[in-house]
Design a protein around this ligand. Sequence first.
Ligand code: BDR
Ligand code: CA
Length: 330
Amino acid sequence: MGKILIDCDPGIDDSLALMLAISSPELEIAGITTVSGNVPAQMGGENARKVLKQMNRMDIPIYIGEKVPLSKPYVDAMDTHGRDGLGESFLPAVPGEFPEKHAVDFLEESLEREKMSILALGPMTNLARLFKRRPDLIDQVEELVSMGGSFKSHGNCSPVAEYNYWCDPEAAAFCYEQFAQAGRKIHMIGLDVTRRIVLTPNLLSYMERLDPETGAFIRKITGFYLDFHWEYEGIIGCVINDPLAAAYLVDHSFCCGFDSYTAVETEGICRGQTVVDSMNFWKKAPNSHVLIETDPKEFMYFFLSRVLKKKDGGQWNKEELSLLETLVQG
Ligand code: BDR
Ligand code: CA
């Protein structure tokens, strides 16, 4: 796989996805761009920097992007991710300036130079701005993997809508339409699949036993998220959406799905809903590959073996992580 660009809104699960992407030698991260979503774009950049520091990868550049959605008023998700976007861990700020260059300019220059894949983990505002300006650059996108929407499951911020597409439905709708026009497909990792990935207190304890430092960092940023899930969804554990998209980018066999035409509703009670024409009523060429199934145990094995460090510097193997068999839900 060539270079990738990560567009995100860190965000607790975005941070876990960054950790996984950074720990995956298959992915060469050309840059991280932030967009207002879970938290304002600037705070997202500051959080990404905290993750890069934890991972000793301060060399990866971070560019701050769009501050508000294309036309809807901006609504953050700090109720879910905490006032600092990292589960109210209030980790110390990492000093330093961000480059002057806007995220959309960076994305444009990068794709002009060479083909790259994009891992989109937040609202699609930066990407919509980019493709409005340069629709031709869609051909330079190797693959666009977007965490957002849902095929058949209920939403997480309305009965039908998932947050990333609900937050900026015009941006998501535009990207899907543009990909249709270009004859390309967006890989849509929606809530149908990401809901299967639950980080439980037992898994957290296991991680801390295996790698106390990384485990403690993950515990610090996910505690608030666990409380939120107990209060609003009645589950003991937290759904971590974005890391599955990173895993899928590394290896498509982590999820399976089907090709279809997808549209995004922008108004009314269905705002942000992905309307997936799985029965081909519209007779339109597919503009999406809709992922609907995953294997949580395989994912957790992959996540732990990649993100957790081993004392001898090697990589964890399946036998060493065999306890996962009993710890992973689903
Ligand atoms: C998505 O919205 C955000 O809260 C998460 O970071 C994820 O990208 C899930 O709906
Ligand atoms: Ca996100």
